[in-house]
Design a protein. Structure first.
Lengths: 196, 79
């Protein structure tokens, strides 16, 4: 490893966060966008306290708790997968990525079940301000998880093929996007299901 | 490394299970504050441990930590 390689792989450098500069710019832009949505939700929640309280009780807390655990487990598995990839244990790393994707898919399916229940009960986006936030914010998050699974699929493919192009930075970037889904959900879950 | 990941995961799960248990009681200010603090802790744990921000430049850590605290603070004020 020459000096340039060491410099390129040194995460302590400002220009080289884990996963690379570009993914962190994406992450912070996403967090900023969601941050504005969190602020709006909290603001309208503080204005219409009773309505938000009443309508948040109509959500399925058990499904949301299970989904949170599923997403965190998936994040843990990806972190392990990245760890094994760094130690050149590609097949083991690939297995962790597969498991993580399965957990991600379970999250999406459970969310669809929750959505179906809400639609059948007539709790659509026009029902109230609370449900407008619920559909928009969880809907966008659902899309993020879906895109995350696609990214993980390609990253895993690259890992198990022992692709010489498989770079730590690419694997870390894919994982970082997946963790972004965790981060958004970790704020979204208490706001919609617990705090009002 | 492996142990710290597992330890982080266990803390995340414990905090996740505790939050809805707390919320089953009357939702009063102190409970709201505790749930928000739990969320901020979980957010930071995922960032620092799973995303390996602990190894990153101080700038990235600072923005991340400021964001988490800002969101937590705004929620505490508004809710």
């Amino acid at each position: 490893m020459n000096t340039t390689d060491i410099e390129q792989n040194n995460p302590k450098l400002l220009s080289n966060p884990p996963g690379g500069l570009l993914i962190w710019i994406v992450i912070y832009l996403e967090l900023l966008t969601y941050g504005l949505a969190f602020f709006s939700l909290a603001y309208y929640g503080s204005i219409e306290k009773d309505l938000f309280h009443k309508h948040s009780q109509l959500l399925d807390k058990p499904i949301a708790v299970v989904n949170t655990i599923i997403l965190l487990t998936s994040g843990f598995l990806i972190a392990k997968g990245v760890h094994f990839f760094k130690y050149k244990q590609n097949q083991k790393s690939g297995r962790y990525f597969t498991l993580a994707m399965l957990f991600g898919l379970t999250f999406l399916v459970l969310k669809m079940i929750e959505y179906k229940g809400k639609i059948n009960a007539g709790l659509d986006m026009d029902y109230s301000t609370f449900f407008m936030f619920y559909w928009l914010m969880t809907g966008f998050h659902w899309v993020h998880v879906f895109v995350g699974i696609i990214i993980l699929f390609f990253v895993r493919k690259m890992i198990v093929k022992n692709d010489s192009n498989a770079d730590v930075l690419d694997v870390e970037a894919g994982a970082a996007f997946w963790h972004l889904c965790d981060l958004i959900w970790l704020i979204l879950f208490p706001m919609l299901y617990l705090l009002f | 490394m492996q142990k710290s990941l597992l330890f982080t995961y266990i803390i995340l799960i414990v905090l996740t299970i505790l939050s809805p248990l707390l919320a089953t009681y009357v939702v009063v200010k102190p409970i709201i504050y505790i749930i928000i603090i739990f969320s901020v802790i979980k957010f930071l744990l995922v960032g620092y441990q799973f995303m390996e921000l602990k190894n990153a430049h101080t700038f990235w850590k600072a923005i991340f930590t400021i964001y988490a605290c800002l969101i937590g603070g705004i929620l505490m004020i508004l809710l």
